[in-house]
Design a protein around this ligand. Structure first.
Ligand code: HEC
Length: 207
C-alpha cells in the first residue's frame, strides 16, 4: 500500500511512563474506618478473648447465665468445677478421666467403682481415700495416692463431683445427692485412714 504524503499521520497515544502516583486519600480513610469498625466488632463479639465464650455469646457472664440453675445439670456443672480445681481430682485422674497408669493413677472413665449403680463405695473412697492393690477396668493399681477429702469437701461438693464423674467421659450412672454423702459421712465418722479395696468390696453398695 502506498502512503499519501499529504495526509497527516494518525494522532498517537502518549507513551505510558513509569513513576509513582500518590495513593488516593479516600483509600487511607477507608482503611482507617475498617480498622475502627474491626476493633468495635472485636470488642462486642470477641468475648474478651475468653475461650469459654463462643457465638452467639458476647461475654462470660452471658454463658454462665445459660448454665442450668437446678437439677442434675446444675450438679454436673458444679461438680466439674470441683473436679477441675487446682490440685483436686484432675491433678491425678486427668482432664480425660483416664488417670495416669504409669504413676498408678487409675481411670475414672468406665471404672466399675465409679459406675456402680449405688454410690456407697465411691462415696467412701472420696471421704477417706484409698490405698493398696485395686483392679480398675481390668488393670492393677497399687499405691497410697488417693487422698482423703472428708475435711476439705462438703457433702454438697462430694455429691456434685461424684455426679460429674458418673456422667462425664461417656459414663452413665445416676446422680448422687448430698443426703447420701451425709449418711455415709456420719456412719464412717470414727474411721481413721484410707480404705483398702478388699475392705470396700465387703460393704454393700447400698449401705
Ligand atoms: C494425689 C492423686 C489423687 C487425687 C488428687 C485424687 N485421686 Fe482418686 N485415686 C488416686 C489413686 C492413686 C487411686 C488408686 C489408689 C489405690 O491404688 O488403691 C485413686 C482411686 C480413685 C477411685 C477408685 C478407683 C477408680 O479409678 O475408679 C475413685 C472413684 C477416685 N479415685 C476418685 C477421685 C475423686 C472424685 C477425686 C477428687 C475429689 C480424686 N480421686 C482425687 C489418686 C488421686
Amino acid at each position: 500500500m502506498k502512503l499519501d504524503p499529504n495526509k497527516s499521520p494518525a494522532p498517537q497515544e502518549p507513551e505510558p511512563t513509569t513513576g509513582s502516583a500518590p495513593a488516593p486519600v479516600w483509600l487511607f480513610v477507608l482503611v482507617a474506618l475498617l480498622a475502627f469498625w474491626g476493633m468495635g466488632f472485636l470488642d462486642s463479639h470477641g468475648g474478651g478473648f475468653d475461650a469459654r465464650v463462643y457465638a452467639p455469646y458476647n461475654s462470660a457472664k452471658e454463658v454462665e447465665d445459660e448454665w442450668p440453675k437446678s437439677g442434675a445439670g446444675a450438679a454436673f456443672a458444679r461438680g466439674e468445677l470441683v473436679y477441675r480445681e487446682v490440685a483436686r481430682c484432675i491433678l491425678c485422674h486427668q482432664p480425660t478421666g483416664l488417670g495416669s497408669p504409669g504413676q498408678q493413677y487409675p481411670p475414672l472413665a468406665k471404672s466399675e467403682w465409679v459406675l456402680a449403680r449405688e454410690p456407697g463405695r465411691v462415696i467412701r473412697i472420696v471421704l477417706n481415700g484409698l490405698q493398696g492393690p485395686i483392679t480398675v477396668t481390668g488393670q492393677q493399681f497399687n499405691s497410697n495416692g488417693m487422698v482423703p477429702w472428708r475435711d476439705t469437701l462438703t457433702d454438697q461438693q462430694i455429691a456434685d463431683v461424684l455426679t460429674y464423674i458418673r456422667s462425664e467421659w461417656g459414663n452413665n450412672a445416676p446422680e448422687v445427692k448430698p443426703e447420701q454423702v451425709k449418711a455415709i459421712r456420719d456412719k464412717t465418722a470414727g474411721r481413721p485412714g484410707q480404705w483398702l479395696a478388699d475392705e470396700l468390696l465387703k460393704v454393700l453398695e447400698t449401705e
